[in-house]
Design a binder for this molecule. Structure first.
Ligand code: HEM
Length: 225
């Protein structure tokens, strides 16, 4: 136990925590993006999928129970991810109160600043998104369980669609840097495969971006109605 605490106190330990909790969210984001593509198959398919999410785990779990277990898991991982990120930022500010003016460090500080701002934008997006499509209090005509209806009405407004598209851009950049540094932190490191790490992170980020934005664009273009 003491070893775990000592590891967590170090910056390496915090990076490991960030990488592991990041992997959980990468899994969720990819699954969510693939699930959303059902919107192109019509109302019945995507609404049925929404219902499946509430029914999964039956008969061991009651209606919506397993979904709540997963929601709590996601909430805990995101809280730990943000906490470790905040502590790492404070540690680096304490170690370096005056910012570097030397060129070799510029790229690193640019990447970490992008990650911090990206994280804040994604956090604000997720709060708005839950109010929009899950709680329904910022939706003009929210129907509980009517996933297809909610998507079509929600994205018919182009400013809303634009907010989603910009947020997905921030998510893609965050994923690209995050997946790449996750490979480093978790030591996924082999001279034969190292040159594939950046392209792999880029392909994943691009696929997530294209998959997610296809839904608001599909509604605006009339392909989802
Ligand atoms: C264009 C992009 C997106 C669309 C169209 C979309 C669509 C939706 C919809 C329709 C729901 C409600 C599903 C239901 O009630 O059954 C939902 C829930 C949710 N979405 Fe998204 N989503 C998008 C992006 C994201 C992103 C990037 C994240 C996280 C980084 C995210 C996180 C969530 C979460 C946490 C829920 C709540 C799941 C639950 O607890 O039931 N979404 N999304």
């Amino acid at each position: 136990m003491r070893r775990v605490v000592t590891l967590y106190r170090s910056s390496v330990g915090k990076k490991v925590i960030m990488a592991v909790t990041g992997v959980v969210w990468v899994g969720f984001v990819v699954a969510h993006m693939v699930g959303n593509l059902k919107a192109f198959q019509g109302a019945e398919k995507i609404d049925h999928y929404g219902e499946f999410l509430r029914e999964m785990g039956a008969p061991v779990f009651g209606h919506g129970q397993l979904l709540w277990v997963l929601r709590i898991g996601l909430l805990v991982t995101i809280v730990v991810h943000v906490l470790a990120a905040t502590q790492l930022t404070l540690m680096s500010w304490r170690a370096r109160p005056v910012s570097y003016k030397v060129a070799p460090h510029m790229e690193l500080s640019y990447a970490s600043r992008t990650m911090r701002w990206g994280g804040v934008i994604i956090g604000l997006f997720v709060i708005y998104h839950l109010m929009h499509f899950t709680v329904g209090n910022v939706h003009p005509d929210f129907e509980p369980g009517g996933v297809h209806h909610n998507l079509v009405v929600g994205f018919r407004s182009w400013p809303v669609a634009l907010v989603y598209i910009v947020a997905m851009g921030a998510l893609a950049v965050h994923l690209y840097h995050g997946v790449w540094s996750m490979f480093q932190t978790l030591g996924i490191n082999h001279p034969k495969y190292n040159r594939y790490r950046r392209p792999l992170a880029a392909v994943l980020a691009a696929a997530v971006f294209v998959g997610f934005v296809s839904v608001p664009i599909g509604v605006l273009a009339g392909a989802i109605q």
